[in-house]
Design a binder for this molecule. Structure first.
Ligand SMILES: [Zn+2]
Length: 260
């Protein structure tokens, strides 16, 4: 049988890297500039009712984040514990936030981070009905992709990034870093973070993408259709994906069947 591996991402990179930041406070602007400096990408999860208030970024800032290649995602309108609410109330918190952020960004928003990281099965059902494809928690799952993208657990908080070993990424699929930009309180905090960004950047093996881009890529890989002999594979998705067959990287264009 052929040896097929999925641990290959765009630009021949072998591990994914993404950042996820919540709540939309004004430090997001400095943070996004720092991420951009190192070619990193990520997702900002926003409460639409806070935009433009003191301490928070504005609609203009949100537009600029999108221009810079960052993704905007839902964090609910008012940041409640969603699992404590009635179904209609959960729906309003999610859908109104999605609608407001889509109006500002001109993008179709499919991602979310749970306020306080909390959820239950009812909340997940509402997300599905609202067109949310992935939702980030604050649980930890090492360097692995989630089985269920509506429970997308992370690798580490940014404060713990210096404890993460990136010397041997052989079994690491994704480095997923999360936090809040308001947690950078001193210049020393920023410097410590930047030192870690440099270390990750210098490693060179990461595909840097938004949460949504990684969701889309991994979902496309998972939806590949093989024949029984594993000698042909069809990519029904809208994007090119890659696999490694007996040690060789194989490109699988959108909508094409490829002999392997
Ligand atoms: Zn939050």
């Amino acid at each position: 049988m052929k040896k097929i591996s999925y641990k290959i991402y765009p630009n021949q990179k072998t591990t994914c890297l993404t950042f996820s930041y919540d709540d939309g406070e004004t430090n997001d602007i400095r943070l996004s500039a720092l991420l951009k400096k190192y070619g990193f990408k990520g997702t900002f999860n926003l409460n639409s009712s806070n935009l433009g208030k003191p301490k928070y970024i504005t609609e203009e800032d949100v537009k600029n984040l999108v221009k810079d290649g960052f993704e905007i995602a839902v964090h609910s309108v008012t940041h409640p514990f969603l699992e404590t609410l009635a179904i209609e109330h959960i729906t309003a918190e999610v859908l109104e936030d999605k609608r407001a952020l889509e109006r500002i960004t001109g993008t179709i928003i499919t991602g979310m981070a749970y306020p306080f990281g909390t959820y239950d099965e009812r909340v997940k059902e509402v997300l599905k009905a609202c067109g949310i494809k992935y939702a980030r928690t604050v649980k930890y799952n090492g360097f692995n992709f989630p089985a269920d993208f509506l429970e997308w657990h992370v690798t580490c908080h940014h404060n713990d990034l210096d404890k993460v070993s990136i010397d041997n990424l052989r079994y690491s699929n994704i480095l997923y870093v999360w936090g809040h930009s308001y947690e950078f309180r001193t210049e020393e905090d920023w410097q410590k973070f930047e030192n870690n960004l440099k270390r990750v950047h210098d490693n060179g093996s990461f595909w840097c993408a938004t949460n949504g881009e990684i969701y889309e890529y991994i979902t496309a890989q998972r939806n590949l259709i093989f024949n029984a002999d594993l000698t042909a594979v069809y990519n029904p998705s809208a994007i090119t994906v890659y696999i490694i067959v007996d040690g060789t990287v194989v490109e699988l264009p959108s909508g094409k069947t490829v002999s392997i």
